[in-house]
Every structure is written in structure tokens, then in C-alpha cells.
Write a protein that binds this ligand. Structure first.
Ligand code: TYM
Length: 349
């Protein structure tokens, strides 16, 4: 269930023009394949906001450069379009939302620089995602460290009030608030302070092959059966669901079930919209096979129409590119207003 978008009263920032409506901003990196976790933690709740707020959704290609060894220019460009097409296929209406590619609006990079200048290094070193992403690397680019200031720029450029994300991005949104507050203290009220909106269910989908780790795009590359990708064919989805890790017992009650079974139960609950009491009652004494079969049905019922729409959208690339460039033009106009406030506040000529 998606939490209500917080009201503007939770936004501090005297002197900053308050958006008349809630303003929602979020994004996905065009790296790897989008999976069920991305859908439930992000895309699904984005769609739910489009009728109640001004909504801006970005494909954050600049963030993809933070691990430059993994970048293939041809693949990155294509992935950015694919991710935008998935936004639309998931149900975002191009007439109701701005949907664009981050690097098409240069103000994101410009503001990121300014924010870097006010961000204490200690705040960046504390980020858990930096710690985990830098751990196994021989060489770590400074972009990986300053990744959260670019994310803060994405959010702050649009006077965002609400950032719908999965649980793993909560810390980055808190960081954004801290950076905005610090800038406001140093230079006067300039930025609206945003809140993370994290769904009650589906905010942390775990790997099907290992329920102790989050379902992740990077792990999915080397571990078949780890994730259900949004564009997987029926056979692949079936294999992943039916071979998901459970245990040797039969316990399907959420409270007492093992982590793998809990993951399957909560996926079933969030896909059907049923609360856990109903789900518990439905699978009582049924065994894991029945749970997996039912979950498979729900996953396919979600993915099939999405995949059909995706194919249609990718079949009209000119149409897709038109949506992206029209949105980028409108985003640029808004971003320019915020950048002017930043220029005025800091004395940039
Ligand atoms: P990214 O690309 O890693 O993930 C995109 C969104 O999907 C959510 N998510 C999940 N939710 C539930 N369970 C999972 N297993 C799971 N895996 C991913 C993430 O929480 C996220 O909401 N830094 C961001 C991209 C970004 C951004 C922004 C987001 C850049 N600028 C501004 C919001 C606002 C990221 O890497 O997300």
C-alpha cells in the first residue's frame, strides 16, 4: 500500500516559493535490468501519485557514470531509452508527468557542483551505499563518493516535496534534506526540504535466491534466479519463482515463516493488494508449491501487459524521443528558476 504523499506543511523553508501542489520527483539509474523490486519500490507508487501531484520522473544517466568501468556508451544510451519506455509501460501518462533524461537538463550537473561545495566530506563517507559500492573496488572515482549530491541536485532543482523511493534510498533523501538545510543556513532560504515516501509493502524486495540480500540489478547480472526482471519471458519468470529459496518445512504464516517464504508472501500480498491476514489464511496448510504457483500467476499478470505496452512504445522510438525532449524542455524551464535563486543567493554572476 502506498503511503499518502506528505502535506506541504512538512516542508520547511520560509521565503522559498511553496509549490501550490505536492511536487514529486524520482528516478532510476539506467544500469542493468529493472526488476520486480524497482517496480514495487518505485514505479508502482509513482503511477499512484500522478493524479494527485505534479510529478517529474527522470532517467538518471549521469549517475550511471559513477562506475565508469561498467559503462558502454552504446548500451548506456539505449538503456536510458529503455528505462524511459518502462516508466511509460508501467503506467505513467506522458500528458500528466514530465519524463526525461537527466543529462538533457544541464542544471542537474551545475547544481550538483554548488552542493558539493557545501557538503562536508564526512556526510558523504557515511553513506551506506558508498561504503558497499566502494568496498570491492580497487579504484573508486570521486563521482561515486559525491553521487548523493547529484541526487540532491535532482530533487532540489524542482522544489520537490516528496520523493517516492524504495527503502535503500531513504538515507540519500535524508542527506538531501541535510544539504538543503545547510545551504539555506549559509545562503538564506533557497530550497524546499523534501521527504522520502517509502511504500509500506514492497519497499525492500529480497533476492529470490538469497532472501538475506536485497533484489539488485547488479547481482542479477551474474546470478540467474536472483531477480525477476520486468522484461523476462514467461519461462524465465517461472524458473525464478519456482526455484526461489524456501526451507524444508511447510510454514506459510508470515510471522513465523523463514525469510525466503516471507519474501514470497509479501510479494504475493503487494501484487494482489491483500493484507497479510488474508494471505496467511489463503496459504494455510497449502505448502510452498501452492504459494509459488499463485505468486507466479500474479507476477505474470503484472508483467504481461507491461511488456506488451513496452514493445509498442519501443516500436515508436520517434514518439518516445519526442516525449523525452518535450519533457526536458519543460523541466529545463523549471530548473532554470531554481538555479537563478541559487545564483542570486551565492553571488554567481
Ligand atoms: P536505483 O536505480 O538503484 O533504484 C531505483 C528505485 O528502485 C528502488 N529499488 C527497490 N525497491 C524495493 N526493493 C528492491 N529490491 C529495490 N531495488 C531498487 C530504489 O529504492 C529506487 O527507488 N540513487 C537512485 C536513483 C536516483 C534518484 C534520484 C532517486 C538518482 N537521483 C532522485 C530519487 C530521486 C538509485 O540508484 O536508484
Amino acid at each position: 500500500m502506498t503511503q499518502a504523499v506528505p502535506t506541504p506543511s512538512s516542508v520547511t523553508g520560509q521565503g522559498v516559493p511553496h509549490p501550490a501542489r505536492q511536487r514529486v520527483f524520482s528516478g532510476v539509474q539506467p544500469t542493468g535490468d529493472l526488476h520486480l523490486g524497482t517496480y514495487l519500490g518505485a514505479l508502482k507508487q509513482w503511477v499512484a501519485t500522478q493524479d494527485e501531484a505534479e510529478t517529474i520522473f527522470c532517467v538518471v544517466d549521469l549517475h550511471a557514470l559513477t562506475v565508469p568501468e561498467a559503462v558502454d556508451p552504446v548500451v548506456l544510451r539505449e538503456k536510458s531509452l529503455e528505462v524511459a519506455a518502462l516508466y511509460l509501460a508501467a503506467g505513467l501518462d506522458p500528458e500528466k508527468n514530465l519524463i526525461f533524461i537527466q543529462s538533457h537538463v544541464r542544471e542537474h550537473s551545475e547544481l550538483a557542483w554548488v552542493l558539493n561545495c557545501v557538503t562536508p566530506l564526512g556526510w558523504l563517507y557515511r553513506m551506506t551505499q558508498f561504503k558497499s559500492k566502494s568496498e570491492a573496488r580497487e579504484s573508486v572515482g570521486s563521482g561515486l563518493l559525491t553521487y548523493p549530491t547529484l541526487m540532491a541536485a535532482d530533487i532540489l532543482l524542482y522544489d520537490t516535496t516528496s520523493v517516492p523511493v524504495g527503502d535503500d534510498q531513504r538515507q540519500h533523501v535524508e542527506f538531501t534534506r541535510d544539504v538543503a538545510a545547510r545551504f539555506n543556513n549559509l545562503f538564506g532560504e533557497t530550497f524546499v526540504l523534501p521527504n522520502a515516501t517509502v511504500p509500506e509493502e514492497g519497499a525492500r524486495v529480497m533476492g529470490l535466491d538469497d532472501p538475506m540480500v536485497k533484489m539488485s540489478k547488479s547481482l542479477a547480472v551474474t546470478r540467474p534466479g536472483h531477480a525477476i526482471n520486468l522484461l523476462d519471458d514467461e519461462k524465465t519468470v517461472q524458473k525464478a519463482v519456482m526455484s526461489a529459496v524456501t526451507d524444508s518445512g511447510r510454514d506459510t504464516r508470515f510471522e513465523t515463516a523463514s525469510p525466503g517464504v516471507q519474501n514470497l508472501l509479501s510479494l504475493y500480498g503487494v501484487l494482489t493488494g491483500e493484507d497479510m491476514a488474508h494471505v496467511d489464511a489463503k496459504f494455510d496448510e497449502q505448502g510452498y508449491g501452492a504459494l509459488k504457483k499463485a505468486l507466479l500467476g500474479e507476477v505474470l499478470a503484472t508483467l504481461k501487459p507491461l511488456q506488451t505496452r513496452y514493445a509498442e512504445i519501443m516500436g515508436d522510438r520517434a514518439g518516445l524521443e519526442h516525449i523525452l525532449s518535450r519533457s526536458a524542455d519543460r523541466a529545463r524551464e523549471r530548473a532554470a528558476v531554481t538555479m537563478q535563486r541559487v545564483r542570486d543567493a551565492t553571488g554567481l554572476a
